[in-house]
Design a protein around this ligand. Structure first.
Ligand code: HEM
Length: 124
């Protein structure tokens, strides 16, 4: 997949578009640190590695353990939906082959759902 979608430049622009959205997103912005450069780099290196590119993420950050790394942040349905909406629109802008886009989108949907760690506020 890594080579098919165009290697590093594809992931760099995908993640740059995503974080440009995070910067002004009312749900997501408060979860992230003020400076978005490090989160941007970590996500880019992680995705490059996951989709079959160089394993620089592991060298710098160790095993991803995404659930553990997201444990400090309250992620409910609203956060998952906001994250996915931004990522899927960033992905759509790349104009990939439909089958490649569908495969990557499915990975994001599944993973984002697995990272939910909060139930919504109980209704009364
Ligand atoms: C479900 C909604 C999600 C929310 C609200 C969320 C939020 C966050 C936040 C707040 C950080 C920490 C940034 C920092 O302080 O450096 C982070 C890091 C990260 N997230 Fe997510 N995330 C979500 C889903 C995902 C998904 C679906 C993936 C992968 C496909 C992902 C991959 C990562 C990676 C790789 C890091 C950096 C880990 C590290 O090396 O420290 N996240 N995320």
């Amino acid at each position: 997949m890594y080579d098919r979608v165009g290697g590093e430049p594809f992931f760099k622009s995908l993640v740059d578009r995503f974080y440009a959205g995070v910067a002004s997103d009312p749900v997501l912005r408060p979860l992230y640190p003020e400076e978005l450069d490090a989160p941007n780099e970590h996500l880019r290196l992680f995705l490059i590695q996951y989709f079959g590119g160089p394993r620089t993420y592991d060298e710098r950050r160790g095993h991803p353990r995404l659930r553990m790394r997201h444990a400090p942040f309250a992620i409910g349905l609203a956060e998952r939906d906001a994250w996915l909406r931004l990522m899927l629109s960033s992905l759509a802008e790349a104009g990939l082959d439909a089958q490649d886009e569908a495969e990557i989108a499915e990975y994001f949907r599944d993973t984002a759902t697995q990272l939910i760690n909060q139930m919504g506020r109980p209704s009364r």
